[in-house]
Design a protein around this ligand. Structure first.
Ligand code: HEC
Length: 108
């Protein structure tokens, strides 16, 4: 195998990892579900009340703007820690649109 082939393979792997979007559903399960529940209901898998609010509440969601939710996630709010060290503004907007909004749609 020549040097050129190696360079091509390595370059390809780099390009792929750069283009690969972070899986925000996985991020939610790893980072947010501990307080908000795996389904965003604010309850754990055995129905126990968790510290985070119910994110799947459709009535509550309908009163909240994307920008307010994004700000709370980035900066924190009350008992909610800030996530600006772990998530970019764009990732938070994507998280709101693709993970948090669908939680309500799925519920009621
Ligand atoms: C340590 C527990 C904890 C973790 C971890 C946590 N939250 Fe929260 N979250 C809370 C609490 C408590 C509130 C209610 C805050 C309030 O209204 O005072 C909240 C509120 C929220 C709100 C509503 C904010 C608003 O403007 O009313 C959103 C959206 C949210 N969390 C998303 C997330 C996301 C996304 C993650 C993961 C990146 C996450 N939370 C991780 C505890 C947590």
């Amino acid at each position: 195998m020549g040097f050129k082939v190696l360079v091509l393979l390595f370059g390809g792997a780099l390009a792929m990892s750069a283009a690969e979007p972070r899986d925000l559903k996985v991020f939610f399960q790893r980072t947010c579900a501990a307080c908000h529940g795996p389904d965003g209901s604010g309850r754990g898998s055995s129905g126990q009340k968790l510290p985070g609010r119910a994110l799947s509440d459709a009535r509550w969601q309908s009163k909240e703007k994307d920008s307010d939710l994004a700000k709370s996630i980035l900066k924190g709010k009350g008992g909610m820690p800030a996530f600006q060290a772990q998530l970019s503004q764009a990732e938070v907007e994507q998280l709101v649109a693709e993970v948090i909004r669908p939680l309500a749609a799925r519920k009621k």
